[in-house]
Structure formats: structure tokens, C-alpha cells
Design a protein around this ligand. Structure first.
Ligand code: CMP
Length: 140
């Protein structure tokens, strides 16, 4: 089925000038970018996005990292977009990410891991609404 998923190009990948190369991977895989913007997150916006991780030991570092520079948030649309994006990204820990995945090619550490992608249809709906109004999404 055609799905939507939220993608974030994280501060490490933006700092490396890898926005275009990462976006090209989505497009070449047949995912349409139907919304996209660059944002500087603050503690409240990043903390709210990752609220499910609030009690995890890495939460403070995660929020610190995600506010360390601008991010690019995108809505990707396509057949099985949630899984397709996760396959393109590779494992959360870049040391475990398969060759040819975005994290294998662009990420350094589990915090600075280049990209985020929604992990389920429920999180995709929440995460897309967290950053975009319906009027900002341009289906094709
Ligand atoms: P992301 O998919 O954006 O979702 C939560 C993020 O927390 C994850 O990518 C990692 O960048 C970061 N993180 C840091 N430490 C861990 C950990 N031990 N397990 C999972 N995620 C972690």
C-alpha cells in the first residue's frame, strides 16, 4: 500500500553537506518527497519528538545532539514507504548497518547516525503531524 513516513536528516549529515545525496537515495528508490523543510530544533521540540525515549539513559545526549545544528524534516510517500525507508537507512547503530545503507555510508556513531525514520504506521502519523500541517504536504 502507498504509505507516508517521516524522515529527518540529522545535524551530522547536514553539517557534512549530505542533504542532497541522502534525498537522492530516497528519490532513486521510488520514494517521493512530498514535504520538506529545514529547522533548528530547540530542547522542547526535540524532546517532544523523542518523548517515548524520555526515561532512556541516552535521552539527554539525543536531545543535545538533535539541537546541535539544523535538521531537514521530510515526508516520504510511496509503496511501503515506512519499511522502504528503514531498509535504505540501515541499522540504528552505524557499526551494524549493512553496506550501501545511508547509515553505513554517512553515520559515525549511534547518536550521530545521519537519519531518523518512522518505525511504524502509528509513529509515522504522529511524527508527520508533529512537523507538518496537512496543507504543507504536496502529494503527487
Ligand atoms: P532514531 O531512529 O532517531 O531514534 C532514537 C535515537 O536515539 C536513535 O535514532 C539513535 O540516534 C539514538 N540512540 C542513542 N543511543 C541509543 C540506543 N542505545 N538505542 C537506540 N537509540 C539510541
Amino acid at each position: 500500500a502507498v504509505e507516508r513516513t517521516l524522515s529527518i536528516i540529522k545535524p551530522d549529515a547536514v553539517a557534512k553537506n549530505a542533504i542532497g545525496e541522502i534525498a537522492a537515495r530516497f528519490e532513486k528508490a521510488g520514494l517521493n518527497i512530498v514535504a520538506m523543510k529545514m529547522l533548528q530544533l530547540d530542547d522542547e521540540k526535540a524532546g517532544g519528538f523523542y518523548a517515548e525515549h524520555k526515561e532512556r539513559p541516552f535521552f539527554a545526549d539525543l536531545v543535545g545532539f538533535m539541537t546541535s545544528g539544523p535538521v531537514v524534516v521530510q515526508v516520504l510517500e510511496g509503496e511501503n514507504a515506512i519499511t522502504a525507508n528503514r531498509d535504505l537507512m540501515g541499522a540504528t547503530n552505524p557499526k551494524e548497518a549493512a553496506a550501501g545503507t545511508i547509515r553505513a555510508d554517512f553515520a559515525e556513531t549511534i547518536d550521530a547516525n545521519a537519519v531518523h525514520g518512522s518505525d511504524s504506521a502509528e509513529s509515522a502519523a504522529r511524527e508527520i503531524a508533529y512537523f507538518f500541517g496537512e496543507g504543507e504536504i504536496c502529494p503527487r
